[in-house]
Design a protein. Structure first.
Length: 367
């Protein structure tokens, strides 16, 4: 199942993860056949969850934008979301501020709701906490009081994300930021990854025997998410000695996006190229002939319509940041520009990874 793009907010693409889409489908099916009498309130709860997760992630992104981090996409999941930026902040203070912004929104919202229901005669089970919480009382209150449903969803969403010390959840990022002040980014990531692994296994077994498949699925997401974070930290740590000068092609093959597909293919065949940089009206893109034969295009199709836009990198960017972009986002090549945003060359992912492997061997054998 594919994820669903919902458009952009503040220039950030909002994507509904396939698990959220699946949850919506399952909810509709269950309402139609199992509990049609609860249909309206169940759909309302789903809307509350969607809006709460969206605003939670937007809070992260707004703070990240204020700290000059370029957020490209927000992927919404039922347990929260993921903000995808060009690069993750290594500054512990910045990571802490970005991480707490999402749960802080949830806690501010539930505080406002709590104040409102105690000032105004709004329908809300005000004595539910004093009577003792259990599954039945919470379920009853959620279906009888929409404001409590909104309150409870945000309480769980904020607490789960902040107080569980595991990557890639907010609690794991806060913990890493605090550890990073003393240990540094890489070592702090290694420590929190071990903790995340333990948390993931405990959640997985709890989910299998007591909490259901949703909890087990969350455990799997935590495990693989923390492992990816650790790989990025290892990559940054070992790429310090990587020489970018050796891998920048300062005479790149560049085509204009306004030429036709036929013209582009003729030029690429002439110099035996299967991938090239394309100059667009704004920025750059990459065109590859891989998989082109399986699709039907007119030879007069403009090249820019077949091009995947890519971000540029500055010639002053660190090697580990650039390598991270290639490995985590799957780019084949990236344009390199100077401080005036003028193209000075390209870096191909294959060449960068080759130089990275050689640098690791040199360090290993002290060459």
């Amino acid at each position: 199942m594919r994820s669903l793009s919902l458009g952009k907010i503040f220039g950030i693409e909002i994507v509904l993860h396939w698990s959220f889409v699946l949850l919506a489908v399952l909810l509709v099916v269950s309402l139609l056949f199992l509990a049609p009498q609860n249909g309206f309130i169940s759909l309302m709860i789903f809307v509350f969850l969607f809006v709460s997760v969206l605003l939670h992630e937007l809070s992260h992104s707004v703070v990240a934008l204020q700290l000059k981090s370029n957020v490209q996409k927000i992927v919404l999941l039922p347990i929260g979301g993921v903000s995808i930026a060009d690069e993750m902040p290594e500054n512990p203070k910045h990571e802490f501020l970005i991480a707490v912004a999402g749960p802080l929104f949830n806690f501010i919202l539930i505080t406002v709701l709590w104040i409102l229901v105690h000032i105004f005669p709004l329908p809300f089970p005000r004595d539910i906490f004093s009577q003792g919480l259990n599954f039945n009382s919470i379920q009853f209150a959620i279906f009888q009081y929409p404001l409590f449903a909104l309150f409870w969803l945000n309480l769980v969403l904020g607490a789960f994300n902040l107080f569980l010390p595991a990557l890639p959840l907010d609690g794991g990022r806060v913990f890493r930021a605090l550890l990073g002040i003393k240990l540094g980014y890489s070592q702090a990531t290694h420590v929190i990854t071990r903790i995340s692994t333990v948390v993931a296994f405990l959640l997985f077994f709890y989910g299998l025997f007591f909490g259901g498949l949703v909890v087990a699925a969350i455990a799997v997401l935590i495990y693989f998410g923390s492992q990816q974070e650790n790989q990025i930290a290892i990559l940054r740590e070992s790429a310090n000695d990587l020489s970018l000068e050796k891998v920048i092609n300062k005479n790149p093959f560049v085509l204009n996006g306004t030429i036709t597909l036929r013209e582009a293919l003729e030029k690429m065949i002439e110099i035996n190229k299967n991938i090239c940089l394309v100059e667009l009206h704004e920025g750059f893109g990459v065109f590859s002939v891989v998989g082109l034969a399986k699709k039907e295009f007119s030879e007069n199709t403009l090249l820019e319509s077949l091009t995947l836009p890519v971000p540029f990198v500055l010639e002053t960017d660190s090697a580990e940041r650039i390598l991270e972009k290639f490995l985590t986002k799957g780019f084949d090549l990236l344009p390199v520009v100077n401080s005036e945003k003028q193209l000075i060359g390209v870096i191909e992912g294959s060449e960068l990874q080759k130089e990275y492997q050689l640098s690791k061997i040199k360090k290993l054998f002290h060459l």
